[in-house]
Design a protein around this ligand. Structure first.
Ligand code: NAD
Length: 344
């Protein structure tokens, strides 16, 4: 593999920091552009300082983008406004997820970047019509987040079709693992369930729990993104990154309880989140064929690794849960404690 300089937007975030670590481990230099709105400096702790640089800046700032693109040969674009924040800030989501993607494509092409990986999301599909969704599955996002991510990926594909600019679109499915968010509007189901189980608190399922997801461990997600950046044949393609295993949220609760060694933990239900996708699972045939990608970590293994990661950090689950907001899509992003009507 040729050693190169990569730009990772959103590289101080959950997936971005794992991708940055993998790039640095492979000997690449990495410039991280991150506003730290949801990312954290500490996510990059321990990475080689002579190979990883954090530039605190906004992807909407064209001057900042032009300056960080100097000497960059590959861009991994992950900076985004997340799903729950997009509920209350759809314009901001569009500005970051769609418009800033267009601006970044323009700037990257002008700077002579050789490869652009746009990290999209399985949310662009909406609810599955068939069990496993291939990349040809209709894209019918049910959230403004999904719509804005779809706009971003459409720009990336158009730059390939119109300008032969070598873009790749990857669509990760739900990722979990170390540094995943449990807090505020960023809170994801796996760390929230796990911390609640570890703290002996009830797991709150929004809706009937029959909604399914393809839970992918973050080291696998990041490896898939990295491969998409380095396999020549991926230029111009759109590819899923997932495991192909469909798990309901109710089943996830059981796996989490087992991993946390709290089989007695209660599971309660609350009203569904609006626009929640009811079924999602990746068809990973193309990822296997095009990228040679196969997931290495199962859901059960990943959950046990995450339990261990929390244990080594030494912060009590109950303390971390002070940042949790239960109905996190109904706040403007503050950390006020959420109240929620639950039923068993
Ligand atoms: N986590 C998942 O399950 C999942 C699934 C599918 C796709 N994705 C995609 O993966 C990417 C990373 O998501 P994540 O889960 O790591 O979320 P994250 O919030 O941890 O990462 C996003 C990063 O972008 C930064 N950021 C946000 N707005 C910015 C701006 N205007 N300028 C500069 N930086 C900004 C944040 O500070 C953060 O570090 C996103 O593009 C997301 O759509 C995530």
């Amino acid at each position: 593999m040729i050693r190169e300089t990569a730009l990772v937007t959103g590289g101080a975030g959950f997936i971005g920091s794992e991708l940055t670590a993998q790039l640095a481990a492979a000997g690449h230099r990495v410039v991280v552009l991150d506003s730290l709105v949801t990312g954290r400096r500490e996510n990059l702790d321990g990475l080689p300082a002579d190979r990883v640089w954090l530039v605190v800046g906004d992807v909407r700032d064209r001057d900042a983008v032009t300056s960080v693109l100097r000497d960059v040969s590959i861009v991994f674009h992950l900076a985004c406004v997340n799903l729950r924040r997009a509920f209350v800030a759809p314009r901001e989501a569009n500005d970051v997820n769609a418009t800033a993607t267009l601006d970044l494509l323009i700037a990257a092409r002008a700077a002579g970047v050789a490869r652009f990986v746009h990290v999209s999301s399985s949310e662009v599909y909406g609810t599955a019509c068939a069990a496993a969704m291939s990349e040809d599955h209709p894209t019918r996002p049910t959230t403004t987040y999904g719509a804005s991510k779809l706009a971003g990926e459409a720009y990336a594909r158009a730059f390939f079709a119109t300008h032969s600019f070598p873009t790749v679109v990857v669509r990760p499915f739900n990722s979990f693992g170390p540094r995943a968010h449990h807090e505020g509007t960023s809170g994801e189901v796996v760390p929230r369930f796990l911390l609640r189980a570890l703290a002996g608190r009830e797991l709150v399922v929004f809706g009937d729990g029959q909604q399914t997801r393809d839970f992918t461990y973050v080291t696998d997600t990041a490896r898939g993104i990295l491969l998409a950046g380095h396999i020549q044949a991926a230029a111009g393609r759109t590819v899923n990154i997932g495991t192909g295993r469909e798990t309901s949220v109710r089943m996830l609760a059981e796996h989490v309880a087992a991993a946390a060694d709290r089989p007695d933990v209660a599971v309660v239900h609350a009203d569904a989140r609006p626009g929640d996708v009811s079924r999602q699972c990746a068809d990973t045939t193309l990822a296997g064929r095009l990228l040679g990608f196969t997931p290495e970590v199962t859901l059960e293994q990943g959950l046990r690794r995450l339990v261990e990661w929390y244990r080594v950090r030494g912060v009590a689950a109950g303390q971390l849960l002070e940042d949790e907001v239960l109905r996190s899509w109904e706040t403007s992003g503050g950390t006020e404690a959420g109240s929620v009507a639950v039923r068993s």
